[in-house]
Each structure stands twice: as structure tokens, then as C-alpha cells.
Write a protein that binds this ligand. Structure first.
Ligand SMILES: CC(C)(COP(=O)(O)OP(=O)(O)OC[C@H]1O[C@@H](n2cnc3c(N)ncnc32)[C@H](O)[C@@H]1OP(=O)(O)O)[C@@H](O)C(=O)NCCC(=O)NCCS
Length: 211
């Protein structure tokens, strides 16, 4: 699997293909530069996998349309873009999510986290709680992107329980447990991933779902 990340760069908008430029023609400059940075990373990785020169567009569900035989995931925030790409079925499917925020505001916990996830956070040292809450949120978004190509199903935040095993507050392992059946994944299905705070400050989570 190829994993790439880079700072968001306005200059990469010029590298978009005509079709890709059409996707973001009416979008804000922020969206254009994030989209373009992720496209540049993804297309470099695709070239390494032997798939040069394609348009990387999105479907009506906003999911990226990968070339046949490829699984991948894209994420971008104000400061950084992140992609993970590999060949199917070898890598299964993958999801990544990157955040430049430092923590998840407590008023968002109730909307995105299960009562048992909040109870776990409340048993951690106060100084770590909001950062770990953001990690749970980020892991849920990464899992969502990994499962989507196989389920083509929207999955709400309460449909997944995330268990973190932090080695330090800022890196460790993630266990994602489905709380209900979603497409081909039964209730109780478990997927594994990792999270890390990058030296540049962003938080990234990745989940891989073997086939
Ligand atoms: C789709 C979603 C996860 C994107 O996350 P985000 O933090 O808003 O934005 P990110 O930059 O991290 O990711 C955006 C990229 O996700 C990808 N993406 C969008 N929809 C997707 C989908 N259904 N499946 C896989 N990838 C998807 C796209 O590549 C997009 O980038 P692009 O438009 O430049 O190609 C989010 O908007 C969403 O709808 N979340 C609700 C569902 C959810 O997370 N449930 C959690 C419990 S499992």
C-alpha cells in the first residue's frame, strides 16, 4: 500500500486535468487547493502502481471513482492532504482521515460518540480527553471511507464503536466494532486501524479492511 501526504499547495490546481478542474470550478479556493493537492498525491501513487494518466473524479455519492483493481482513500484539511492507495484485492479497502484541529469540542461528543465511548473518555486524564475524542471521531470517518466501496451504504456515527489503544495520547491502535449490520458487514464485525499525530501537528487515522 502506498501512503502519501503533503502540505496543501495552491500551485497544484494547475496540475488538475480538465475534467477534474470541472468538478471544483465553482468551489472555494480552499476546496480547490485541497482537492488538487490530494489529486496530485493520488495520481503520483497511481503512476507507481502502473496506472498513469487518468482522471480521478467523484461519483454522485462524493466517493472517489478509482480505476479498476485499485482501492484508495483521500482526506484533506486546511493544512494537509493525505492518500492511501493499493491494489485490490491484496489490500482490501482502506480509509484515511486527517484533521488539523487539536480536539473535538465537548458539545460535539454527544452527536458523534456513543455513551460507552464517552464513558471511556471520562475515565482518562482530563488533559487527554478532548484530543482522544477527536481521535475517535477521525477513526470513525476513516472507517466510513474504508467500508463504503463495499457497502455503498451511509453509516451514522452511532453505528460504530471505536476502541482506542493509545501507546501515547498521540499515537496508537484503533479497533472499530460495527454496532449494526451495514451492507455485507454483520453487527459485531471488527476492523483495525492506527492513529498518529504528525510532526506537523495534524491528526491522521487509517483503517484497512482486508477482503
Ligand atoms: C464522507 C466524509 C467521511 C468525508 O470526510 P470529511 O472530514 O468531510 O472530509 P475529508 O477531507 O476527510 O474527506 C473528503 C474525501 O472523502 C472522500 N469521500 C467522500 N465521500 C466518500 C464516500 N462515501 N466513501 C469514501 N470516500 C468518500 C472523497 O475523496 C473526498 O475528497 P474529494 O472530494 O476531494 O475527492 C464525511 O463528509 C461524512 O459524510 N461523514 C458522515 C459519515 C461518517 O463519517 N460516519 C462515521 C461513522 S462510520
Amino acid at each position: 500500500m502506498i501512503v502519501r501526504s503533503a502540505p496543501v499547495d495552491d500551485g497544484l490546481v494547475a496540475r488538475l486535468t480538465e475534467a477534474e478542474r470541472g468538478v471544483v470550478a465553482k468551489a472555494s479556493p480552499k476546496r480547490q487547493r485541497e482537492f488538487a493537492t490530494a489529486r496530485a498525491l493520488a495520481k503520483d501513487a497511481l503512476r507507481e502502481l502502473g496506472v498513469p494518466g487518468c482522471d480521478l473524479l467523484n461519483g454522485p455519492d462524493r466517493a472517489p471513482i478509482w480505476p479498476d483493481g485499485i482501492a484508495g482513500s483521500i482526506s484533506h484539511c486546511d493544512t494537509r492532504a493525505f492518500v492511501a492507495i493499493g491494489k485490490r484485492p491484496q489490500i482490501g479497502t482502506v480509509g484515511v482521515d486527517v484533521e488539523h484541529r487539536a480536539f473535538l469540542k465537548p458539545e460535539l461528543w454527544r452527536l458523534t460518540l456513543l455513551p460507552e465511548e464517552i464513558a471511556w473518555l471520562e475515565a482518562r486524564p482530563v488533559a487527554e480527553r478532548s484530543r482522544l475524542a477527536l481521535t475517535m471521531f477521525t477513526a470513525k470517518e476513516a472507517l466510513y471511507k474504508a467500508q463504503y466501496p463495499r457497502s455503498e451504504t451511509y453509516m451514522g456515527f452511532m453505528a460504530l464503536r471505536v476502541e482506542l489503544a493509545p501507546r501515547e495520547p498521540d499515537h496508537g491502535e484503533v479497533r472499530c466494532v460495527f454496532q449494526q449490520e451495514v451492507g455485507p458487514f454483520p453487527e459485531g464485525f471488527v476492523a483495525h486501524g492506527r492513529f498518529a499525530r504528525l510532526p506537523t501537528g495534524e491528526l491522521v487515522a487509517g483503517v484497512r479492511m482486508p477482503e
